[in-house]
Ligand binder design. Structure first.
Ligand SMILES: Cc1cc2nc3c(=O)[nH]c(=O)nc-3n(C[C@H](O)[C@H](O)[C@H](O)COP(=O)(O)OP(=O)(O)OC[C@H]3O[C@@H](n4cnc5c(N)ncnc54)[C@H](O)[C@@H]3O)c2cc1C
Length: 238
């Protein structure tokens, strides 16, 4: 899928949690991408702060969703995010993509463990919807880590997929809050061993802040998971 300049028409935004939103854009004709790929978005900002006026965002929708592409992000404080939040329907923005290589091979990867920190869940949302819609024979375990319940995203939607697809297991863990139905604490050896029978037969994906991916990478290699079975992507900027 070769990258190109894109003009994306904004359709709508949907609130996902206290400060996260999914932004829907019309999918350009012939725009193909793989689950986990991302785009660079450019905004026209009059007085941008020093973080600038472009950002990378993963496409959180699935390639099987033909009418739109979705970007899911946390609105915190940058001038970029403020401008993004103020997009109005039919407004057009510039982008470039798809870029990035998310190492999922649907013919080979039959047992996968997806580990995310916070908003790092976005590529997995795309991948899980893709695997489910295409009825791929792939065993998926998602362990999504968030700090508080108020910040979790995609929960109902992914639980619905889990209920209907025996190959997909969804676990959310909260690091700063105890709550029924959720695991409590950071991703650690006990949590992995509770849900994964044999760490050696799995391919692991790690997405989140640099700190999250580094911590989990060390944990996995200490547990003798081979480096070639670990794919990691840092969402730098948080
Ligand atoms: C491959 C890749 C994929 C990515 N995919 C996604 C994705 O799907 N979703 C997503 O949300 N992000 C994604 N990111 C990260 C994204 O590109 C941004 O870096 C991130 O969202 C932070 O955005 P922001 O700089 O606008 O800061 P904000 O989100 O506004 O804030 C983030 C942090 O920066 C601080 N900050 C912000 N502005 C300022 C300022 N002016 N001065 C001082 N501190 C400030 C805030 O206090 C906060 O701690 C991805 C990054 C990469 C590299």
């Amino acid at each position: 899928m070769s990258a190109r300049n894109l003009e994306l028409k904004f359709i709508k935004k949907v609130r996902e949690s206290k400060d996260s939103y999914s932004f829907y854009f019309t999918r350009p004709k012939d725009f193909k991408f793989n689950p986990g790929q991302y785009v660079k978005i450019f905004l026209d900002i009059k007085n941008p702060d020093k973080r600038g006026s472009s950002r990378y965002f993963t496409i959180s929708s699935s390639p099987t969703e033909k009418d739109f592409i979705v970007i899911t992000t946390k609105i915190i404080k940058s001038s970029f995010k403020k401008e993004f939040l103020n997009l109005i329907p039919n407004e057009k923005i510039n982008a470039f993509g798809p870029v990035g290589y998310f190492d999922f091979n649907q013919d080979k990867d039959k047992n996968i463990v997806l580990l995310s920190g916070g908003i790092g869940i976005t590529p997995y949302h795309s991948l899980i919807k893709f695997i489910d819609t295409k009825k791929l024979i792939t065993n998926v375990t998602l362990i999504a880590s968030f700090d508080f319940h108020k910040n979790i995203i995609f929960y109902e939607e992914l639980m619905k997929i889990e209920n209907e697809n025996k190959l997909i297991k969804i676990i959310y863990t909260l690091t700063k809050e105890k709550r029924e139905g959720f695991e409590k604490g950071r991703v650690n050896e006990d949590l992995l061993k509770k849900y994964i029978k044999d760490l050696k037969t799995e391919k692991f994906y790690l997405v989140g802040s640099d700190t999250f991916t580094e911590e989990i990478y060390t944990l996995l290699t200490d547990l003798e998971v081979k480096e070639e079975n670990i794919f990691k992507e840092d969402f730098s900027g948080y």
